[in-house]
Ligand binder design. Sequence first.
Ligand code: ZN
Length: 334
Amino acid sequence: MDHLHRSLLNTYTAQPLDRSAHGRKDPDWLAAQLANTQAEYLILNGHSIVTVNRAPLILSHDQFHALDSSFNPMLLGLKKTDNTPVFLVNITEPEEGLSALFQPILDSINNKNSVDEVIIESLSLWDVTREIDSDMASMYSYAILLNHWHITTRFCTRCGSALEIKEGGSVQQCTHEECSHIEYPRINPAAIMRITKDNKILLARQESWPEHMYSVLAGFVEVGETFEQAVEREVLEEVNIVVKNINYHSSQPWPFPNSLMLGYTAEACSFEFELEQDDIEDAMWLSAEEIKVKIKEGSLFPSTSFSISRTLIDDWFQEQTGTSIEAFKSSLAK
Ligand SMILES: [Zn+2]
């Protein structure tokens, strides 16, 4: 399997939208997308998704224009299946709550879902990822990453003047005439690495994590280093282990809030380790059989199922046991 397809096995990678890089530079083309009555509007409240009974709220053209507000939609792209324009709308929640904002269209939402009680609330992508399909998860990941950049990038980094949204939101430009600097979305690249030796894997946890949650090691790439050097440095810094045979595995956009995870595998030169106490609370070497025992007794949760951390652990677990962690868990439930 090549790396494109291996990465496509990670959550948030489905990419159902064509970003229309050329089209969006043309204001007339953009205006036509905004006028398209088939267009869909994803509603974000900062880093959260506005949901109705836990389903992401996606407004139609008419519903969006019926709202009593002047939100500025940004074009995420066109659906690859039928060219439907999909916009991102970042709302400001009124003091009276979300229901007040969506009051003008509450009836149409109600009919669509045909349930008695309509609960409109903001939920994190973390909380709804398992409940939505892969296209939707990818679309919201992209929307949140883009929105994070807009929320946190308000002024020109060169002269401090206000910025103006251009090309439907994929860039911002400085409004100071003599500057006109163009800002592009920023993400934080991070390396995440599965460290193994013989038939064991190294899992670690941070104090702030849910109880019994363990993951592979990870860290941000620093200025002036390669991803592979980041892997080598992070492992040395966090557990004081020297690694060899560093290889690329796959990547995953990680919108919590703005990372791109680059997954690697590496071999430890020794089992002995020393914890960097500020970062890592605990670490342990485990065989697949020991992982099974710990999962069974409820003393180990190996990363959240939609993370590249889990994929890295799971690939190794499959090699060792011929089955996935999820399948093993299911067999326990029977
Ligand atoms: Zn400027």
